[in-house]
Design a protein. Structure first.
Lengths: 250, 163
């Protein structure tokens, strides 16, 4: 019977939640740019951000209201992170880092709502963000330090035998950055949602004992909320650390 | 896995670009200035309050110093005044003592004068009384009639002889 139910639920397999479904078909110059469920949740992330900061800054009270202190906390959190890691001269990149943080945060958190879609669970989205950061950081590095930026791969005072080993490793670790950055977020989101879906599948098939996976789903959902916030933080934090390398070298 | 279906990449990238750019605009032109404004304003108000508290504290300290100075001044004045009053009183007392003393001296001198006069009178009348007594005694004992002038002369001579 359990297999039957499982069979019946084949259409609702754990990967189905990641499917891109076009809502409005659009095709420009041979490229498919349909407005999909992914695009819908990106739009929702933008709207949520706008609403949050609109509500947070509506009254502008001396002693902040709850929503206002949420906005202020996010602002100060990211501003503190940028200032701490890159310093005062990094503050011109603060709007970008803040955007990145908020975009991924809302992507992750909105994705936890039932029947929603998590656009950060798609490697192409994370990869595009990571590659953009990688390219931008590299451009900033060369623009700030010229060819001295290559010193990043070989810190001053490295003895030659060490350098022979060190430089390839450093170069590799530099180019692996966008991969690790995007894969980390992708894997976290994917694993969390698959786990939730699989556990949720057991709730029905186990009958009365379904209470066990049901409680597990509750617990994992708590965990996933934490992961959603932490991964947004990690993504933004690593971006600021890379930015610091570009602005200050080592 | 739907994640590796390249046919969805173009639409995902396109909407990612659109949404990210719009979000960047929302954040940089809307959220950050407004939140930054609030935080700056709060910091300014807090700083103003701190400054005002600092200046009020300074004023309070100034007032305390003024009060202490006034207090010390008043105490000094009181001491001076006290000293002046006591010394004045002493001078006045001395003056009065002196006046009274002088008056008493005069009165004493006067009284002595009166006593001397009284004694002299008494002495003078003593001679005539003694002369009368002597004349009486002489007439009774010896039957001699002595006139008063002789008797008085004799008494005076006797007193002088005794004296």
């Amino acid at each position: 019977m359990a297999t039957e139910e499982h069979g019946g639920k084949a259409a609702h397999g754990p990967m189905e939640q990641f499917e891109i479904k076009p809502l409005i078909d659009l095709n420009v110059g041979g490229y498919d740019i349909s407005y999909t469920n992914s695009a819908l949740f990106m739009t929702l992330a933008v709207l949520c951000t706008f609403s949050l900061f609109w509500a947070a800054t509506r009254k502008r009270t001396m002693v902040p209201s709850r929503i206002q202190s949420i906005g202020e906390m996010m602002f100060e959190f990211v501003a503190g992170m940028v200032k701490e890691n890159v310093g005062k001269e990094g503050m011109k990149y603060f709007p970008f880092i803040f955007t990145l943080f908020v975009f991924i945060l809302f992507g992750n958190v909105l994705g936890l709502l039932p029947y929603s879609f998590t656009f950060t669970s798609h490697i192409i989205v994370n990869g595009a963000l990571a590659v953009f950061i990688f390219v931008t950081v590299t451009i900033i590095g060369f623009a700030t330090h010229g060819l001295h930026y290559l010193r990043l791969f070989c810190p001053a005072g490295t003895p030659l035998p060490v350098a022979i080993v060190l430089v390839p490793i450093e170069i590799m670790s530099y180019f692996i950055r966008p991969v690790s950055l995007s894969l980390r977020l992708f894997a976290n989101m994917l694993a969390g949602h698959v786990l939730l879906k699989v556990l949720a599948g057991f709730v029905i098939s186990l009958g009365i004992f379904g209470i066990v996976p049901f409680l597990a789903v509750g617990a994992v959902t708590m965990l996933e909320i934490m992961v959603a916030v932490i991964q947004a933080y990690v993504f933004a934090l690593l971006s600021t650390i890379y930015l610091n390398d570009a602005v200050h070298l080592h | 896995m739907p994640q590796f279906d390249p046919s969805t990449f173009s639409s995902q990238l396109f909407w990612l670009l659109i949404c990210f750019v719009v979000l960047y605009w929302v954040i940089s032109k809307f959220a950050i200035p407004r939140i930054g404004d609030i935080l700056e304003q709060r910091e300014r108000v807090v700083q103003d309050d701190l400054d005002r508290a600092e200046s009020l504290k300074g004023e309070a300290e100034q007032a305390l110093a003024d009060y202490e100075a006034a207090m010390a001044n008043a105490r000094e004045q009181a001491r001076t005044l006290m000293f002046k009053v006591t010394s004045d009183a002493k001078v006045a007392a001395e003056a009065r003592n002196r006046d009274i003393g002088a008056e008493l001296t005069v009165q004493i001198a006067d009284a002595e004068q009166r006593i001397a006069t009284a004694r002299d009178d008494a002495m003078a009348s003593l001679t005539s009384i003694a002369a009368d007594a002597a004349k009486d005694a002489a007439s009774r004992l010896a039957g001699l009639e002595v006139n008063s002038g002789d008797a008085e002369a004799a008494v005076s001579a006797a007193m002088k002889g005794n004296g």
